[in-house]
Design a protein around this ligand. Structure first.
Ligand code: PLP
Length: 399
């Protein structure tokens, strides 16, 4: 009898952490690898957050807290939702967890049963399908092609809905494509959802602030208030505030769901780290100007990386509207031969070939769309330029 539970065989380790580990292993053997695989800002957590945490530790805010977050942090989250999204959630409609990932995990584990379906637009963040499958559900993928901006189309959403659909997962700006939805586009999706009251929405707004070209962020519960009572609005401090390691995410949603998620959390991790909560409280309620300054830096890198990618033979890159990833197509590479004679038949083959050329990126297959790859520009400009130079040389060496 196998010792491991079958549920563990339904999922795979996160490809981005595996790629990061592979790059570190190769470096340890002396190889000079440029890795553009990172899913986190290369900036530091701001000083005022660090100072607030030191003060919190000195004030003994080092004990267990309420499972779903301290009243002070919930108040800061509530104000954030009001100030930035025009959403009014009561404290009982808010949960704080150990990262946005735990919040999404709590939501799906609290609601998805065997055979239930969750609509996942592709390309998608790698964890959605695995968490759905861990919960016993079935991800239903809807391809969102590059020529439609990698965005879910209302007619495709309508077709994907079945009586077993529980959730639609929305994520904008998207990891990996950088796609984002305008107010009008969300309204069009909400009109489909209005016809299917059994379908709830998780909107993963983790990259809300990393949005370019002066675009305004919109989230579905404020665009379509009629959906508020079946929407979970997920956000966190990881990306906007460069606080990935602190592990704080949060969500606003209907009380019945938040209660269930909090119950699940009470029997798994209990409260998120007390001092990380103090950090998140300061991030959300302290000075905000640096967020825009950092986004301006990401935008310069986005412009440079897209230009460099489109100068590589066989590569074509759609312009991302937000987040810090580009998701270029490598269709023009397929069928070509590497100097070793190996033929590149897929994005997987291409990424392995690039690793031989000392450049690490992630295959689109991991994000549910081939033949693409994800390149992170959460790195200094000279690292981005060196990586793209290696990519160009590697493409030019194919026959
Ligand atoms: C789209 C998306 N959602 C959620 C997360 C999880 O963020 P965290 O758990 O650090 O809050 C990530 C992190 O990579 C992400 O890319």
């Amino acid at each position: 009898m196998a010792f491991l539970a079958s549920r563990i065989n339904r999922i795979k380790p996160s490809p981005s952490s595996m790629a990061g580990q592979r790059a570190r292993e190769l470096r340890a053997t002396g190889r000079d690898i440029v890795a553009l695989t990172s899913g986190e800002p290369d900036f530091d957590t701001p000083d005022h957050v660090i100072e607030a945490v030191i003060a919190a530790m000195r004030a003994s805010r080092t004990k267990y807290t309420d499972v779903g977050g301290t009243p002070e942090l919930k108040a800061a989250v509530r104000q954030k939702f009001q100030r930035e999204n025009g959403l009014d959630y009561r404290a009982s409609e808010i949960i704080v967890g150990t990262g946005g990932k735990q919040v999404i995990f709590n939501a799906l584990m609290s609601t998805v049963q065997a055979g239930d379906e969750v609509i996942v637009p592709a390309p998608y963040w790698v964890s959605y399908p695995d968490i759905v499958m861990l919960a016993g559900g079935q991800p239903v993928f809807v391809e969102c092609p590059a020529d439609l901006g990698f965005k879910l189309q209302p007619a495709d959403l309508e077709r994907a809905i079945s009586p077993r659909t529980r959730w639609l997962m929305l994520n904008a700006p998207s990891n990996p494509s950088g796609a984002t939805y305008s107010h009008a586009e969300l309204l069009a999706l909400s009109e489909v959802l209005a016809r299917h009251p059994h379908v709830w929405v998780i909107t993963d707004d983790m990259y809300e602030h990393i949005l370019y070209d002066g675009k305004r962020f919109a989230t579905i519960a404020s665009v379509a208030p009629a959906l508020r009572d079946r929407t979970l609005t997920v956000n966190g401090v990881s990306k906007a505030y460069a606080m990935t390691g602190w592990r704080i995410g949060y969500a606003g949603g209907p009380e019945i769901l938040i209660k269930a998620m909090t119950k699940l959390q009470s029997q798994s991790t209990s409260n998120p780290s007390s001092i990380s909560q103090a950090a998140a409280q300061e991030a959300l309620s302290g000075p905000q100007a640096f967020v825009q300054e950092r986004t301006a830096i990401f935008q310069q890198r986005r412009d440079r990386v897209v230009a460099l990618l489109n100068a590589c033979p066989g590569i074509s890159c759609h312009v991302p509207e937000g987040a810090f990833y580009a998701f270029p197509s490598c269709r023009g590479i397929l069928g070509k031969k590497a100097p070793t004679g190996a033929v590149i038949n897929s994005d997987n083959d291409f990424v392995l070939y690039l690793l031989e050329e000392n450049f690490a990126v992630l295959q689109g297959a991991a994000y549910g769309m081939s033949p693409y790859f994800r390149i992170s520009y959460a790195a200094a400009m000279d690292v981005i330029e060196e990586g793209c130079a290696r990519l160009k040389r590697a493409c030019e060496r194919l026959a």
